[in-house]
Design a binder for this molecule. Structure first.
Ligand code: ADP
Ligand code: MG
Length: 165
């Protein structure tokens, strides 16, 4: 991956496992938005640190994200992009458009033997990711990348539960 990969996508429903089972909610990106981008940029499966903007909020948040097949659960045929955002939200944001920049590589995808092992791994990913985004100047400055701050077309923000917007 020669340069940071940028994806704009809507948040879709996954298996509801992130928050319910593990205590780490992961915002799942709509595969339609990233499949070609991952292929074009030869994005290796694994865990990354990056920055995410949930439109139309104002802030840009740190995120630790996985690109891959969820090997611990072995239920994905197609890769998913799932972002654990390092912020506490008062409510869900399914259907929102996000702008994501995938920055630093943390580790490869691993098939864990237990939920405890997976949770320990995510905790350390959070620590590493948080640290990288602060201390590596190349990653830190991505926070200000115009891609994250562009106005998105409001038609991309349609409520997924309404037919006539
Ligand atoms: P799903 O399988 O549908 O992705 P999760 O249990 O992984 O369900 O929860 C993800 C959802 O939780 C996100 O789509 C988002 O709406 C919400 N959410 C709340 N807080 C966060 C957070 N800190 N990081 C990611 N998603 C969050
Ligand atoms: Mg999820």
């Amino acid at each position: 991956m020669p340069h940071p990969v940028k994806i704009r996508a809507q948040i879709v429903r996954g298996f509801g496992r992130g928050s319910k089972l593990l205590g780490f909610p992961t915002a799942n990106l709509d595969p339609q938005a990233f499949t070609q981008i991952l292929a074009d940029n030869s994005v290796k499966h694994g865990v990354y640190a990056g920055w995410i903007h949930i439109h139309p909020q104002k802030e840009v948040y740190k995120t630790v994200l996985s690109v891959g097949l969820n090997p611990t659960f072995h239920d994905s045929v197609h890769p998913t992009v799932e972002c654990y955002i390092l912020h506490r939200f008062d409510s869900d944001f399914y259907g929102s458009t996000v702008s994501l920049i995938i920055g630093g590589y943390i580790r490869e995808s691993v098939k864990y033997g237990s939920m405890d092992e997976l949770m320990e791994a995510i905790k350390s990913d959070e620590i590493w990711g948080n640290d990288m985004l602060h201390t590596e100047p190349q990653l830190r400055k991505l926070r200000d990348d115009p891609f994250l701050h562009e106005d998105v077309d409001s038609s991309m923000n349609g409520n997924v539960n309404e037919s006539n917007g």
